[in-house]
Design a protein around this ligand. Structure first.
Ligand SMILES: NC(=O)c1ccc[n+]([C@@H]2O[C@H](COP(=O)([O-])OP(=O)(O)OC[C@H]3O[C@@H](n4cnc5c(N)ncnc54)[C@H](OP(=O)(O)O)[C@@H]3O)[C@@H](O)[C@H]2O)c1
Length: 223
């Protein structure tokens, strides 16, 4: 089994950790306020979970999930993540999470920002498209006709394989969209990013399963 470190343990981080523990993985959670503030979350997750500092979670993880507001990306500890596979869930949502001047200036697009910061890590964009409340709803066993595919993108094929295996263990299929730059095709506002939302109920409705064929058609809508 894998140890998964989390830099950020909010809505997506804790929902992801819940799936990971359910699949038999160990998780090490961290946030900005310190491990003692994660006591309740860790207690809910059980004996496979512990809390640590971001640097400790980064060092402990075989795979590390970075799931902080994007404006905090510079505080993600690059040293202990050197040579590691990093999952990047970050979306740029300035209205809710604040502006990032280097994105607004056009220096680096949001989907490449974490890899630019973690230049010695293998960043794979994944789980940036699933609303946190839908993460558990959409889990299905391998081979189920309504198992969902989620898009992944990254520049390191071996890292993508590792992430795809993790995703499979959690109850989804990974759909490889290509290099990290191609994650623009499932960035906020694209059809693929909204794939799981039921147009009638949006965030209040249960998540809609999305097959690989449906996901491919949605990704193709972005040239
Ligand atoms: N919410 C969703 O459904 C969803 C879906 C897909 C992708 N995303 C993306 O995933 C990311 C996380 O979203 P979220 O909704 O889970 O956010 P959230 O609920 O606000 O949680 C953010 C987490 O990041 C931690 N954090 C903030 N600054 C940090 C730092 N410098 N070092 C370590 N940890 C830090 C926070 O800790 P403290 O509370 O201690 O500050 C908190 O645990 C965002 O980039 C978002 O765009 C979200």
């Amino acid at each position: 089994m894998t140890t998964i470190g989390f830099i950020g343990s909010g809505r997506i981080g804790s929902a992801f950790a819940h799936l990971a523990v359910g699949a038999g993985h160990d998780v090490v959670l961290s946030n900005s306020r310190g491990p003692e503030t994660l006591r309740e979350v860790v207690a809910r997750l059980g004996s496979r979970a512990r809390a640590a500092t971001p640097a400790e979670a980064a060092a402990a993880g075989d795979i590390v999930v970075v799931t902080v507001p994007i404006r905090a990306y510079r505080q993600v500890p690059a040293g202990p993540l050197r040579g590691k596979v990093v999952i990047d869930t970050l979306n740029y949502d300035p209205a809710r999470q604040g502006r990032v001047p280097e994105i607004d200036a056009g220096d680096t697009p949001p989907h490449l920002l974490l890899q630019a910061h973690l230049r010695d890590s293998s960043v794979v964009k994944a789980f940036s498209t699933v609303f946190f409340r839908h993460l558990a709803d959409l889990v299905r066993p391998a081979g189920a006709p309504d198992r969902s595919a989620v898009p992944i993108a990254g520049d390191d094929a071996a890292a993508k394989k590792v992430v795809a295996e993790l995703i499979a263990s959690l109850g989804y299929d990974a759909y490889d969209v290509g290099p990290l730059a191609e994650s623009r095709r499932f960035a906020p506002g694209t059809p693929a990013q909204l794939a799981h939302l039921d147009p009638d109920g949006l965030f209040a409705a249960p998540g809609r399963p999305v097959t690989a064929a449906r996901l491919a058609a949605l990704l193709d809508q972005v040239a």
